[in-house]
Design a protein around this ligand. Structure first.
Ligand code: NDP
Length: 256
């Protein structure tokens, strides 16, 4: 293997969950530019179709797979259909996630359950469904999207913080169980990036002021800046990296 090919994803098929917008869509486009064949997942046919047109407008191609990642039966069927109709899934980006904000003493049971099912159970459902196909092949890459909140708490999002801490440790567990089958499972932990999930924070000048002072790089991240880490963790360049979480956060988690 030549060093110039280390980051090539040519010939690999990547399933990206929650790819209708935001970080998922950006990572999907990034992997496509490095040669991967992309399957965009989402739970809404229309928003996936519009994500597909964003791809086409940029001269890229993607297939779609509509299923709700919190529905385990739908996940198993959806993954089986991709494997049957399109071919093997070599890379999974476990990205779909939600946010709910409220003071912890007022946090509702419904919001708690929604967070746990989307941010934790679904990472297990999709990871397990894909791994069952990868294990007999003896190879496969899974990238679980974690967060700075895997490490740090912020007011009003304690349950989200719990979910992202769980994803970090689930990543270690997946690597421990499936590494011996030739799989690599790592985490990618974004800091603060402007997407629909963070639009309230983006509009909050006081928050941005705090963030810029608190972050060594002194600014919000740009979603494109997550692509390099995702390509690294999806490619041969990371061939002996397993169970790690790569922080892409401008240094916020290492600085007081
Ligand atoms: P967005 O809200 O912009 O996008 C979330 C995506 O997940 C959407 O495509 C949404 O689709 C999809 N999704 C949600 N629930 C489901 C479901 N049940 N089944 C299938 N798809 C679903 O969020 P971001 O792009 O900002 O976040 C992506 C990931 O990155 C999340 O895991 C988030 O926790 C994490 N993250 C984000 C940070 C940030 O600063 N933005 C920081 C750290 C981590 P739909 O259109 O159907 O809602």
């Amino acid at each position: 293997m030549s060093h110039s090919d280390l980051f090539s994803l040519s010939g690999a098929r990547a399933l990206v969950t929650g790819a209708s917008r935001g970080i998922g869509l950006t990572l999907a486009k990034g992997l496509a530019r490095y040669g991967a064949e992309i399957v965009l997942n989402g739970r809404n046919t229309e928003s996936l179709a519009s994500a597909q047109s964003v791809f086409e407008a940029e001269g890229l191609r993607a297939s779609t797979a509509v299923f709700d990642v919190t529905d385990q039966d739908a996940v198993i069927d959806g993954v089986a259909a991709i494997e049957r109709d399109m071919g093997p899934i070599d890379i999974l980006i476990n990205n779909a996630g939600i946010q709910r904000r409220a003071p912890l003493e007022e946090f509702s049971r419904k919001d708690w359950d929604d967070l746990m099912s989307t941010n934790v159970s679904a990472v297990f459902f999709v990871g397990q469904a894909v791994a069952r196909h990868m294990i007999p092949r003896g190879r496969g890459k899974i990238v679980n999207i974690c967060s700075v909140q895997s490490e740090l708490a912020r007011p009003g999002i304690a349950p989200y913080t719990a979910t992202k801490g769980a994803v970090k440790n689930l990543t270690k567990g997946m690597a421990t169980d499936w590494g011996r089958h030739g799989l690599q499972i790592n985490g990618l932990a974004p800091g603060y990036f402007a997407t629909e999930m963070t639009e309230r924070l983006v509009a909050d000048e006081e928050f941005t002021d705090w963030l810029c002072k608190r972050t060594p790089s002194g600014r919000w991240g740009q979603v494109e800046e997550l692509v390099g880490a995702a390509v690294f963790l999806s490619s041969r360049a990371s061939s002996f990296v397993n169970g790690q979480v790569l922080m892409v956060d401008g240094g916020i988690t290492v600085s007081l």
